[in-house]
Write a protein that binds this ligand. Structure first.
Ligand code: FES
Length: 101
């Protein structure tokens, strides 16, 4: 298990998302009703910033062309063949860390 610290829990209230670049990777972090979820921050469509999208419930809308993904799974809402890479979110001492394996 390799953990990369991304932000403090209090920095991302429920209903919000954030892009964080750490250790050469772009992460998209989401807080869905107090649960943190982390996707690869690069949209699988054309590389848009998924961490800068609009989060409604557990669905993020990419700011570039509007693809919608469920942040809990990375799954595209309309196309079953499209799924963004996701990372397990680990909470430790008030921090949110990504488990990059
Ligand atoms: S880059 Fe995300 S929808 Fe096109």
């Amino acid at each position: 298990m390799a953990l990369i610290p991304l932000l403090e829990e209090h920095e991302l209230p429920p209903g919000n998302c954030r892009e964080v670049v750490a250790e050469g990777r772009v992460f998209a972090i989401y807080n869905v009703e107090g649960e943190f979820h982390i996707l690869d921050g690069i949209c699988p469509h054309a590389g848009g910033p998924l961490g800068k999208g609009t989060l409604r419930g557990s669905v993020v809308t990419c700011p570039w062309h509007g693809w919608q993904l469920d942040v809990r799974t990375g799954q595209h809402c309309l196309n079953a063949r499209v799924c963004a890479a996701r990372y397990a979110a680990v909470l430790q001492d008030g921090k949110v860390l990504a488990d990059v394996g």
